[in-house]
Design a protein around this ligand. Structure first.
Ligand code: M6R
Length: 615
């Protein structure tokens, strides 16, 4: 949450323009206010306000700022309302030290009291503002810039990705990290950049240093030195990480919104993910086959991907996998986590703090536990706490709503399941091959669906929007699809639309149904199909307006439905198993068009940010 960007050049340049571009590429991390500070010839120049980046740029003309250092920030408010005074950057009393911060300083109240008693004057309600003042205090004592920063950070509890500059040290900026991501890129000898996420640096480099917890980097133009500041600050050498993302993938490329573009990118993202190496799959499969207890954990969309994946893997593994929302993992396993357990942790960003804390706790609680992770981001925090990691190949996802990262997560879990099927010989080879063929066809099925159906989903939205409420209902593996569909609508279209188990809906939610109440049934022809027919009848009997998502050749549920969305895939068990991948684009499009119908920006839902790095 919050996007930060820093840059240092050898001489003065139109640096505001570059910083502006940097935070534009991070706007999905927070978009309630923003600001840029520039250093030029010993002075700091600050511009900031509340609102979206473009609105503020139109007013304040960030792009005209000239200097050799710029720090920029796009905010998702935690401490202090999203108003001008609380926007970053924040300065010390003398306007010499500037800070941008992503994270939360948990002990800011006591530090602020101490600083107030020493005469410091605060301009904002934020936790962040204590940082420049504390640094100022240490500098006053005669300590140099770097050591003042280190002393300050040692007193701060909580999480931070932070960039700091000091007008009296115009040849360096300091970057530090504890729990909130920071990456660094260089153009050797000329310019250094840092940011809280990869898309910001894609125009300049594909090779990054990824700062670890308690590490601090001193950036000089085109050069960096890194220390671990927890103990004695000894310089460390870090390998560069190469990230193979194209810059086009982080641009809208002619689409009106990233969300729509990313839905249309699903086929290729899946094709890339199908290439995960057999070796990686084998290692995952072995750990799962050897484990006594297996848990799968995640948040939000990744959690629903885990629900679908758990069904697929369990089918071939023959062992139960317990799904647990990551924020509840510690509560639920406090008294029962055993040594020979495996936790599969799923996260698009690899930075979700609830997930990171859950796996850190599990590691501490049981030494021999194995953490297997699935993430879309090379070098993200989760990879550091994992024994094995598979990187999904969705490419950068800028829309706050997860779309292509969801389908690539389910596909990766599907590949792991099939690897297990192969190794355990649970089925005749031809059957396993048929499952493989079905999984490999998922990109083509989605491509075909998107070509034919975008328009008819728009029409369906016109109809649905007349109703205040509706449900997505399903049974079996499709409950994951229904839940993910409901989450998408809440998130981007601000509609309280619930995804629910069709069987369980009789135990309460059915009370909402009146004449014309719409219910969308997710209905691949799997083992739960006949029972779902029964559920449809129950809702029809009460006047429900039935919309169904079915396969091309479906007849029974289609005949019972008022509106039908057809997914162009064969009607057999091999394809059914991967229907969480092939059926979800219909619901993603529904949410997208519903957001537009409400005049909302689907890329920047209210109150949200893409990566949730606060508790
Ligand atoms: O980066 P992660 O996958 O760990 O994020 C988890 C959730 O915050 C995320 O999936 C969220 O629910 C999506 N933005 C929903 O579209």
């Amino acid at each position: 949450m919050c996007g930060i960007f820093g840059i240092i050049y050898l001489g003065n340049k139109q640096i505001g323009k570059i910083a502006l571009e940097g935070i534009r590429r991070l706007e999905y991390r927070g978009y309630d206010s923003c600001g840029i500070v520039v250093h030029k010839n010993g002075e700091l120049y600050l511009r900031k306000d509340s609102g979206k980046i473009q609105e503020i740029q139109d007013k304040l003309k960030f792009d005209e700022l000239i200097g050799n250092i710029a720090l920029a920030h796009t905010r998702w408010a935690t401490h202090g309302a999203p108003i001008k005074k609380n926007s970053h950057p924040h300065l010390d009393c003398k306007n010499e030290i500037a800070v941008v911060h992503n994270g939360i300083i948990e002990n800011f109240i006591s530090l602020k009291k101490e600083l107030l008693s020493k005469g410091h004057v605060f301009q904002s309600d934020t936790d962040t503002e204590i940082i420049p003042h504390l640094i100022e205090e240490y500098i006053k004592e005669g300590i140099d810039f770097k050591n003042s920063v280190i002393k300050t950070l040692k007193r701060c509890k909580g999480a931070y990705g932070i960039v700091i500059c000091y007008s009296k040290e115009p040849n360096s900026i300091i970057v530090a990290r504890k729990e909130s991501p920071i990456i660094i890129g260089l153009d050797k000898g000329k310019v250094s950049y840092c940011a809280s996420d990869i898309p910001a640096l894609l125009p300049y480099t594909r090779d990054f240093y990824i700062l670890g917890d308690n590490e601090l980097a001193i950036l000089r133009p085109g050069d960096v030195s890194i220390v671990n500041f927890k103990n004695e600050p000894i310089e460390i050498t870090k390998p560069l990480k190469h990230i193979d993302w194209s810059i086009d993938a982080a641009e809208k490329g002619g689409y009106e919104h990233f969300m729509l573009k990313e839905i249309f990118e699903e086929p290729n993202a899946l094709r890339r993910t199908l290439k995960i190496s057999e070796n990686e799959l084998k290692m995952f499969a072995k750990e799962l086959m050897d484990a006594e207890n297996i848990y799968i954990t995640a948040a939000g969309t990744s959690y629903y991907a885990s629900l679908a994946g758990k069904y697929i893997i369990t089918k071939f593994l023959g062992k139960y996998i317990q799904e647990i929302e990551c924020s509840e993992l510690e509560n639920q396993l406090l008294d029962s986590l055993k040594n020979n357990s495996v936790i599969i942790a799923v996260s698009q960003s690899g930075e979700t703090i609830d997930l990171i804390e859950a796996i850190r706790w599990a590691r501490k609680a049981q030494k021999n536990i194995k953490i297997l992770s699935l993430t879309n981001v090379v070098g993200s925090s989760i990879t550091r706490y994992s024994d094995l990691t598979i990187i999904t190949q969705a490419g950068p996802e800028i829309g706050v709503a997860a779309t292509k990262t969801y389908t690539t997560q389910v596909l990766s879990l599907g590949l792991i399941g099939l690897q297990i099927a192969r190794e355990r010989n649970v089925l005749p080879k031809e059957e396993i091959d048929s499952y493989y063929d079905a999984l490999k066809s998922s990109p083509d099925i989605i491509e075909d669906f998107l070509k034919k159906t975008n328009h008819s989903i728009e029409k369906l939205v016109d109809n649905l929007e007349k109703n205040a409420n509706y449900f997505f209902l399903a049974r079996g593996i499709s409950i994951a699809t229904a839940k993910e569909g409901g989450l998408k609508l809440k998130e981007v279209a601000c509609r309280f639309i619930e995804g629910y188990s069709a069987a369980n809906a009789k135990h309460g939610p059915i009370a909402l149904v009146r004449e014309g109440f719409p219910i969308i049934f997710i209905a691949p022809p799997d083992e739960s199909y006949e029972r779902l027919v029964g559920n449809i009848m129950e809702f029809k009997a009460r006047g429900g307006h039935i919309i169904s998502v079915v396969v091309e050749s479906d007849e029974i549920i289609s005949d019972l439905s008022d509106t039908v969305i057809r997914i162009p895939q064969p009607a057999n068990k091999y394809y059914n198993l991967f229907s969480p991948i092939t059926f979800i684009p219909a619901l993603q499009l529904l949410a997208y068009h519903s957001a537009l119908a409400h005049g909302l920006d689907p890329d920047q839902p209210l109150n949200l940010a893409k990566t949730v790095t606060v508790h």
